[in-house]
Design a protein around this ligand. Structure first.
Ligand code: PLP
Length: 413
């Protein structure tokens, strides 16, 4: 006798071969009985069942349905399905922040005695979480140079279970070879997770390059307008349903339906925003390279970037929207003074360490995002006091150039 088929959630009725831009505005769940065209925001903590037997079947996961918003909510499901479609993975799970996505990843896949290899240039809180918090629970991490594939391979131990990468990195835009790291992971029975915040799936699809898990801070380009904190993990249905969902159910690093809704609607314009912001960033980077007061520009879309070709191949021919540069000035003191002068002379750019907003943001990494590490660690990472990071938004780039020129043209030292 055939097994009775498990009752599952319905799909949006779309032709099987629709393309990504269409999925970005339509993937999710079918509308409610009211036929709304814009996705509904389901602000409800729990869901009502028709009878006790159905409730029992749903709690036992014999029937797929919405039960309790700590681990299942229609608005969150719509966001998860849409992001999975864009990343090209079978499934996705939303989380309360980008950092809680990494918390869920490590809690679900690792145990005491396991080993992680991670780039030394990843997001600062990622380093703190792996080294500090998970170190306490007996998960060890080795940090290796971002672009040195040989160093990643050499760091493998018999207990290595996870490689964690981020590309390009903040603020130096260093790129790693995702395909090569996937090969190292898989040859050693480990998984590769990639933080895809900086490019988003509009430019870079780590799953197609062999990554097993794609981590997101939805706070950045997915929302795209600096409104909410959100996160997600994309992976196979087996990893999401068997590893991530049970931990989410007990630990509750849940994405709020409201934040999921903001990110869901943000993804509708993700592709055109990323194209437009990257085009502006390239214009800005080329302009900065020509300024006499600028010592060096870091941007993967420039031919001068040491990994320009790898970046172009991996990022769909685009450099992304984050540009960093070093203002001229002898020594740390003059560098910092000059960087502060350029930042303080702007009247349009928002002085904030956030990125991924339609509003162009400007920050001094050495005293903000990387302010908690020692000067020696910063210098080893290449982050000097003269460095400025600009996350290009949708402002007219001529206005942003004029905004930066105001400070650059009045430097005194
Ligand atoms: C912001 C960010 C995170 C953390 O995301 P939150 O949503 O702020 O928790 C992780 N990785 C990268 C690359 C980021 O830029």
């Amino acid at each position: 006798m055939a097994e009775p088929t498990k009752k599952t959630l319905p799909r949006v009725d779309l032709p099987a071969d629709v393309r990504l831009d269409t999925l970005a505005v339509r993937e999710g769940l079918p509308p409610s009985p009211w036929g709304e065209n814009s996705e509904a925001l389901f602000l409800t903590s729990s869901f009502v069942h028709p009878d006790a037997a159905t409730a029992a079947a749903r709690f036992a996961n014999e029937e797929e349905a919405f039960v309790y918003s700590r681990f299942s909510n229609p608005t969150v499901t719509m966001m998860e399905r849409r992001l999975a479609a864009l990343e090209g993975t079978e499934a996705c799970i939303g989380t309360s922040s980008g950092m809680s996505a990494i918390l869920l990843l490590v809690m679900a896949l690792l145990k005491a005695g396991d080993h992680v290899i991670c780039s030394q240039s990843v997001f600062g809180s990622t380093i703190k979480l792996l080294q500090g918090e998970f170190g306490k629970f007996g998960v060890q991490t080795t940090f290796v140079p971002q672009s040195d594939v040989g160093a990643w391979a050499a760091a493998v131990q018999p207990n290595t279970k996870l490689l964690f990468a981020e590309s390009p990195t903040n603020p130096l835009t260093e790129v790693c070879d995702i395909r090569a790291l996937a090969e190292i992971a898989h040859a050693n029975g480990a998984l590769l997770a990639v933080d895809n915040c900086f490019c988003s799936p509009a430019l870079q699809k780590p799953a197609a390059l062999g990554a097993d898990i794609i981590m997101h801070s939805g706070t950045k380009y997915l929302d795209g307008q600096g409104r909410v904190i959100a996160g997600a993990l994309c992976a196979s249905a087996a990893i999401v349903n068997e590893k991530f969902v049970p931990v989410m159910r007990s630990a509750g690093m849940s994405l709020s339906p409201f934040n999921a809704w903001v990110v869901l609607k943000g993804m509708e314009t993700l592709s055109i925003r990323m194209q437009a912001q990257s085009a502006r960033a390239l214009q800005l980077a080329e302009w900065l390279e020509a300024q006499p007061q600028v010592a060096r520009v870091y941007y993967p879309g420039l031919k001068s970037h040491p990994q320009h070709e790898l970046a172009m191949a991996q990022q769909g021919g685009s450099g992304g929207a984050v540009v960093s540069f070093i203002v001229k000035g002898e020594g740390a003191e003059a560098g910092r003074k000059n960087a502060f002068h350029v930042i303080d002379s702007t009247r349009i750019c928002s002085i904030t360490a956030n990125l991924g907003d339609t509003k162009t943001t400007i920050t001094h990494p050495a005293s903000t995002s990387h302010g908690r590490v020692t000067e020696n660690q910063r210098l080893a990472a290449g982050i000097t006091q003269g460095m400025i990071r600009v996350a290009v938004g949708l402002d007219d780039i001529a206005d942003i150039q004029a905004d930066l020129a105001r400070g650059l043209s009045t430097l005194t030292a």
